[in-house]
Design a protein around this ligand. Structure first.
Ligand code: AMP
Length: 190
């Protein structure tokens, strides 16, 4: 089973992805985590993306599609993946569909965490002190929201048209969000 956790930055995608890894045995493929690891390792890729990420802008489709493609064999072995923070553009979504199709797979469900932008900003302001993420500062976060609304939100009709979209209230408590996601997964597999 292949799932996409979809939503703006700080919506709780990573938290829910990690829980699904534990409960379903799928692997989490977070392009943000992969890029942060590249920066931490000091690799050429890390140096290339560091400035872009700290400003809250998107790195190129080519880079993230390549990172995901490298990890798909692991997803095959685990019986599927939870895509977290990918795809973020229509080109990425189309590339993901064809990469999966070539391996005989597909996206089964897109779980969209719906959140209120003002509440998101408050959440990030609260976590900036302890997160240590360069891109959680107010200016970069604002830019991440701009990128989400401009490049990523337009994917919603793409998945809606394929009948793959499950809307979940991302403003609820973590456990309530988890319960709603589990319900959507039961609905999708029946
Ligand atoms: P995230 O941890 O998913 O919030 O991603 C952190 C940052 O990594 C984003 O603000 C982008 O700069 C970059 N990034 C992560 N995933 C992607 C993606 N799929 N496409 C483009 N940029 C990405």
């Amino acid at each position: 089973m292949n799932l996409i956790l979809f939503g703006p930055p700080a919506a709780g995608k990573g938290t829910q992805a990690k829980r699904l890894v534990e409960t379903r045995g799928l692997i989490q493929l977070s392009t943000g985590d992969m890029l942060r690891a590249a920066i931490a390792s000091g690799s050429a890729l890390g140096r290339q993306v560091e400035g872009i990420m700290s400003r809250g802008e998107l790195v190129t489709d080519e880079i993230v599609i390549g990172l995901i493609e490298e990890r798909l064999p692991e997803a095959d072995a685990a019986g599927g993946a939870i895509f977290d923070g990918f795809p973020r553009t229509l080109a990425q979504a189309q590339a993901l569909d064809s990469m999966l199709a070539r391996r005989g797979g597909k996206i089964d469900l897109v779980i969209r965490l719906k959140v209120d932008e003002a509440a998101l900003k408050a959440r990030v302001a609260g976590r900036f002190a302890e997160s240590g993420r360069a891109d959680d500062n107010p200016t970069a976060f604002e830019q991440r929201l701009v990128a989400y609304n401009r490049d990523t939100a337009p994917l919603l009709p793409y998945y809606e048209a394929q009948n793959k979209l499950a809307n979940v209230d991302g403003m609820a408590a973590v456990e309530a969000v988890s319960t709603e996601i589990d319900g959507a997964l039961i609905g999708a597999s029946s």
